[in-house]
Design a protein around this ligand. Structure first.
Ligand SMILES: Nc1ncnc2c1ncn2[C@@H]1O[C@H](COP(=O)(O)OP(=O)(O)O)[C@@H](O)[C@H]1O
Ligand SMILES: [Mg+2]
Length: 245
């Protein structure tokens, strides 16, 4: 990448749950237009980091800067309005609402007018290949569609940065390839992305740069090539990571 403009940064970000230090002095940065991979074993603290970036959890100490502005501890709705959107690892659709209505809820963040929210929801769903499911109830969607709807809901809030938390988990290889293409397309459209993912083929092929978390600590940072040949990463994570696309 030629010119790199930083959009998000954490400094000494730390969060404790009682005696557990779930993120310990985490210093990461994200450049505009980048796809950043975040990997690490279960319990490493990846989702917790997303929760702090999105304002769902307040750090115990440390700072988060978005476009140079200190956003540490700001509430989730403010951070969402500022331009950081997210998906949830555990997908929680409104099961009795249609796919269109689920996405409209996100759109209402920006559009007070219900018909404009509906129009925007339909556009997003069309773009994500869910056009034919708009009237399906959330409860009746299969996993790949649910994961896509989760991304649609994040896009509905009109973010600049999207935090994707294991959106490929549980997908079969074909669906996973499609999801990789989708992530690359999102970047082409101008979104900046942080992606938590266990599926190594996806992380390695799609990410520009990767951070590796282990027990709340960043143990490595670099290109997919650099990270995948880092001995500490191999020992703590890659040696045990079996998930392939
Ligand atoms: N709200 C919370 N309260 C207490 N402990 C939590 C909370 N959220 C996460 N944890 C703990 O923090 C650690 C990191 O969890 P998490 O961020 O979900 O890991 P990952 O997403 O990398 O699998 C785990 O030990 C988890 O049990
Ligand atoms: Mg997680």
């Amino acid at each position: 990448m030629s010119e790199q403009k930083e959009i998000l940064r954490t400094e000494h970000l730390t969060i404790k749950f009682g005696g557990l230090v779930a993120n310990n002095d985490v210093n990461i940065h994200l450049n505009e237009g980048e796809i950043l991979g975040l990997i690490g074993t279960n319990g490493a603290g990846k989702t917790t980091l997303f929760n702090m970036l999105a304002g769902a959890l307040k750090p115990t100490s440390g700072k988060i800067y978005y476009r140079g502005q200190d956003i540490t501890g700001k509430p989730a709705d403010k951070i969402c309005k500022m331009g950081i959107g997210r998906t949830y690892q555990v997908v929680q659709p409104f099961t009795s609402l249609t796919v269109e209505e689920n996405v409209m809820v996100g759109c209402l963040n920006r559009h007070r007018n219900i018909e404009r929210a509906r129009k925007r929801a339909d556009e997003i769903l069309e773009e994500l290949g869910l056009g034919k499911h708009i009237h399906t109830k959330g409860a009746n969607l299969g996993l790949p569609q649910l994961k896509r709807m989760e991304i649609a809901r994040a896009l509905a809030t009109e973010p600049d940065i999207i935090l994707l938390d294991e959106v490929m988990a549980g997908l079969n290889p074909t669906e996973c390839e499609e999801a990789m293409e989708l992530v690359l397309n999102l970047r082409k459209k101008g979104y900046t992305i942080i992606m938590i993912e266990h599926i190594m083929k996806a992380v390695m092929n799609v990410s520009d740069r990767i951070y590796v978390l282990n027990q709340g600590v960043v143990i490595a940072e670099g290109t997919p090539q650099e990270v995948s040949t880092n001995q500490e990463v191999i020992d703590s994570y890659l040696g045990g990571a079996k998930k392939k696309c």
